[in-house]
Design a protein around this ligand. Structure first.
Ligand code: ADP
Ligand code: GN1
Ligand code: MG
Length: 357
């Protein structure tokens, strides 16, 4: 959905601004001048409360990735304001600008298996690159972001308050999440007991947050760095599978079209482990497949929480979009529950293949 928002001239130069991308959080625009292209974003400061610290995180990590000089990886670059700041505060809103990376596209659904393999390579390389990054430098942009236990409590609060009177219509949806409460503690407990390492993770590894070249099918960069924080590798692996290992839109209303695709799962797993097999611990490897179920369950619960609260967090384009989004996630969780054994076999196969290569 692209439309020109504005065309204007500054010092004789024609500039056009077009809405861009399918993100749910920030407002993103493509800016074209006679000599260059940029991404301009209005930062959602209701979600990211301390924009100054958020932008410091992004500045540290983009500089770090630039210095890593990974072949064929084009790092994001913050375009500073005239006075040298990382962002602009104007009319009570926050704006930032990046170089526009035209070599790749942020896909909303998978077009072929190789693309998803590359998505795994891209996020795997990102994980590998940041394994050397000092996590103490990072501010937690959204505390408890993947703390599923806290997400579950927020869900219960939303049901109790029932602000929009929607709860009585969605009993079956609610019951699914309530009956899987036992999922919430699994990873949090392992992290708390230090049985699973806390790493620097991206935390929002959707397909449209890796830009893939339509010409070569190779991943060229990772975007949406707002949620880089300490977390578990299981979250990064799992969130990619949640979004990408199927052929349907995230809000597809016809659930017969929403199916977990094991071939896509295998492609991503192969790509991801080709970059990470040598840094992962046994307990992380054992929980990758479960992580896909957990991230899908958690995200679906967040969509339903937002529907109950009156759609105040995720951008919506029509009234029941968050309910549709929640239902696709439930369908995918059910499919993955049936496939879990096979998913674990695939993880083990590629772990053994790439370990010590
Ligand atoms: P949101 O937090 O709302 O998801 P993103 O930072 O992910 O915002 O940006 C939205 C979309 O814009 C991305 O999914 C991607 O397709 C595109 N995009 C973001 N940054 C760039 C960039 N520097 N160059 C090209 N496309 C970009
Ligand atoms: C949001 O920003 P975007 O659209 O890449 C959300 C993710 C969800 C995702 C669901 C900061 O991601 O956590 O998984 O929507 N980002 C934030 O599509 O909440
Ligand atoms: Mg995004």
């Amino acid at each position: 959905m692209k439309h020109v928002i504005k065309k204007f001239k500054i010092s004789g130069e024609l500039i056009s601004i077009t809405s861009h991308g399918g993100g749910h959080i920030n407002k993103t625009f493509k800016v074209i001048t006679s000599s260059n292209k940029y991404i301009l974003q209005k930062i959602n400061h209701h979600v990211f409360k301390d924009v100054d610290k958020l932008m410091s995180n992004i500045s540290y990590t983009t500089e770090f990735m630039k210095s890593a000089k990974i072949k064929s990886f084009i790092p994001l670059e913050i375009i500073k304001t005239i006075s040298g700041e990382n962002y602009l505060y104007y009319n009570e809103e926050y704006y930032r600008m990046y170089n526009f990376i035209s070599e790749g596209i942020g896909y909303e659904t998978i077009e072929n298996v190789e693309q998803f393999y590359e998505c795994g390579v891209g996020f795997g390389a990102f994980q590998q690159m940041l394994s050397e990054f000092d996590a103490n430098k990072l501010y937690e942009t959204i505390p408890n972001f993947h703390n599923t236990r806290v997400r579950f409590q927020n869900f219960l609060t939303a049901i109790k308050n029932d602000k929009k009177g929607r709860v009585s219509e969605i009993k079956e949806d609610i019951d699914f999440y309530l009956s899987h409460k036992h999922y919430c503690d699994v990873i949090i407990n392992l992290l708390e007991k230090k049985e699973m390492p806390t790493r620097v993770t991206h935390n929002d590894t959707k397909l449209n947050n890796v830009l893939i070249s339509p010409k070569t099918n190779k991943s060229v960069t990772i975007v949406d760095l707002d949620t880089i924080m300490p977390g578990s590798v299981v979250y990064d692996f799992g969130d990619s599978i949640r979004f990408g290992a199927n052929h349907s839109k995230e809000d597809e209303p016809d659930l017969s079209k929403v199916n977990f695709d094991i071939e896509l799962f295998e492609a991503y797993t192969k790509g991801f482990l080709s970059k990470t097999a040598n840094i992962l611990t046994k307990i992380e490897v054992e929980h990758l497949a479960f992580g896909a179920i957990l991230m899908t369950y958690e995200c679906g619960m967040r969509f339903l929480t937002d529907y109950i609260n009156g759609d105040v967090y995720f951008k919506i384009h029509y009234p029941k979009q968050n309910l549709n989004r929640s239902r696709t996630q439930v369908k995918l969780v059910k499919d993955m529950q049936k496939a879990l054994l096979q998913m674990n076999e695939i993880v083990n196969k590629y772990y053994k293949l790439f370990k010590n290569v």
